[in-house]
Design a protein around this ligand. Structure first.
Ligand SMILES: Cc1cc2nc3c(=O)[nH]c(=O)nc-3n(C[C@H](O)[C@H](O)[C@H](O)COP(=O)(O)O)c2cc1C
Length: 206
């Protein structure tokens, strides 16, 4: 089954390595992950005063995330932390209180950097926020992708053969399996609960 995945890229840069990586991940699991990029560059800064009359861009963003079966964050690290544009998008999607579009959606977090630490700091800040937002976040493989450059990709935007491609391929498969496991488990629990309530009703009327 193909799962709908909303991809949020934490860089607005035209030649973003993170955007290239996001596309490469979709290419690897294109058979089972129906990916769409959800743009965040036009979102007005979150302001709680606007909750009662939200800007159109906030509405558009929320409506794009809502039907997704899972969310993939692919982001650079800025100053050892989460880029402001990405945090703003997450804040926009998380409100009004009690109506978060992220609630219960399985997620994975990939950080990409030309540097050697691979965005570890940003990765864990995003993870911390996702935990609060009640998103089951894939734990393994961890994806702090360091030493990434334009040269990591071929002319078609595919990752060149090598250890990076192997890791990203493992990751893409693991993310599909993670989303699949969460959705199947929930369906099984819902079925069990329906059977249990039918059995309870039958007992009442016996
Ligand atoms: C404001 C700013 C802060 C940055 N801070 C970090 C950092 O803390 N760690 C890191 O690995 N790279 C840092 N970088 C370098 C980015 O990893 C690099 O520019 C990367 O290509 C950005 O991702 P993108 O290609 O998807 O736009 C920083 C870049 C900018 C513009």
């Amino acid at each position: 089954m193909a799962y709908k995945i909303a991809i949020i890229v934490g860089s607005l840069r035209e030649g973003s390595l993170n955007r290239k990586m996001a596309r490469a991940i979709c290419g690897i699991r294109g058979d089972n992950l129906d990916c769409s990029m959800v743009e965040i560059g036009d979102l007005p800064l979150y302001n709680q005063d606007l909750d009662s009359n939200p800007p159109d861009q906030w509405k558009r963003f929320r409506e794009q995330i809502r039907p997704a079966d899972g969310v993939l964050f692919v982001s650079p690290e800025y100053n050892r932390g989460i880029p402001g544009v990405l945090k703003n998008a997450i804040d926009v999607g998380s409100r009004p209180y009690g109506q978060s579009v992220f609630d219960k959606k399985p997620a994975a977090i990939v950080t990409v950097s030309p540097g050697s630490i691979g965005g570890f700091g940003a990765n864990h800040q995003i993870r911390q926020t996702c935990v609060f937002l009640n998103m089951p976040v894939m734990q393994q493989p961890e994806a702090y992708l360091g030493h990434v450059s334009d040269d990591s990709f071929d002319a078609n935007g595919q990752l060149k053969d090598g250890p990076l491609k192997e890791l990203v391929t493992t990751l893409a498969h693991a993310f599909h399996d993670w989303v699949d496991m969460i959705h199947r488990s929930r369906a099984a629990l819902a079925e069990d609960s329906a059977h249990a309530s039918q059995a309870a009703k039958a007992k009442e009327h016996a």
